[in-house]
Design a protein around this ligand. Structure first.
Ligand code: NAD
Length: 272
């Protein structure tokens, strides 16, 4: 049950509510987080951690393996369905319109499939259903080619035909997954960097769901909220740097538990 101080915050929110979501919100849809047991990927006899696979460096060294990892994960995402927390956020956007903004680190596309719009959803780490030119010659990411299987068995190598399909249709260079890798930087054109910062400067309330805060822009958003003294609500089964910020500022609350448990309740109490 939500306590009275959280209800008070929700009832009195009149401006923009910025929701910041991470892999934890999709955990109840069956998509593993990076910190979970299933996070690694095996290449030959070695297990690679996501922090090693999700890099430009790994893509330079073993492009087919990196593609196979993404194609496998894309299959997992496509096979998953939005859960109660995703659906609640779609209702929140319908009710609140321009006073709602969703900044998501997830690449699974489940927020959009639940009904959130691209206009109010900043996919700050990209979307696994898109690719772009590795030489950045295309003006925008393009959908994954039709000829690429939606399900991908672990360990299955790419065929020559698939390698061709995964080239840039414009210049013929290698195509790459449309995601932000750990050794790359945010930008506005692909990842809505400045827009996300601007939203954090304007928001009346920040609600952080299911993220460890291991990447820089999400932590930056949390820090801006703390410096501005606006309330922050943090939903997570475990304490994390965001709950640490709330503890220090005293503005907001840490709601220990899952996204499915808390998010629908929070949405129901926000005023239209
Ligand atoms: P993470 O894997 O680092 O952490 C997941 C967080 O979710 C943890 O803090 C965990 O305690 C919490 N959590 C687990 N189950 C939960 C639940 N049921 N409800 C609420 N919280 C729950 O994920 P991250 O912080 O988002 O960052 C890692 C990177 O991983 C991001 O760049 C993201 O793009 C990528 N990623 C995305 C997906 C996806 O799109 N679904 C999946 C895995 C990783």
């Amino acid at each position: 049950m939500l306590d009275d101080s959280v209800k008070h915050i929700l009832h009195h929110t009149r401006g923009l509510t910025l929701w910041l979501t991470g892999a934890g919100i999709s955990a109840e849809s069956g998509i593993p987080t990076f910190r979970g047991k299933e996070g690694y990927w095996r290449v030959g006899s070695r297990n690679y951690q996501p922090e090693e696979m999700a890099t430009w460096r790994a893509f330079q060294e073993m492009p087919d393996e990196v593609w196979a990892w993404y194609l496998y994960r894309r299959g997992v995402c496509r096979g998953a369905e939005p859960n109660a927390a995703h659906r609640a956020l779609s209702r929140a956007e319908q009710r609140m319109g321009g006073r709602f903004l969703l900044v998501t680190q997830n690449v699974d596309g489940l927020h959009l499939r639940a009904g959130n719009t691209l206009e109010r959803t900043y996919q700050i780490h990209g979307n696994i259903d898109f690719m772009r030119c590795s030489r950045e010659c295309l003006p925008a990411p393009i959908p994954m080619p039709d000829g690429i299987d939606v399900t991908w068995e672990k360990g299955r190598p790419l065929t020559e035909h698939e390698r061709t399909l995964l080239k840039c249709p414009s210049c013929g260079a290698r195509g790459r997954p449309h995601v932000l890798w750990f050794d790359e930087s945010y930008d506005e054109a692909n990842f809505r960097f400045q827009s996300s910062i601007e939203a954090a400067r304007l928001a009346s309330l920040v609600i952080v769901v299911g993220t460890t805060g291991a990447t820089s822009l999400p932590m930056h958003i949390g820090t801006i909220a703390a410096q501005r003294g606006i309330p922050m609500l943090v939903v997570n089964p475990e304490s994390n740097p965001f709950s640490g910020l709330v503890r220090r500022t005293g503005a907001g609350a840490f709601l220990e538990g899952t996204a499915g448990e808390w998010v629908p309740q929070l949405v129901d109490l926000l005023p239209d």
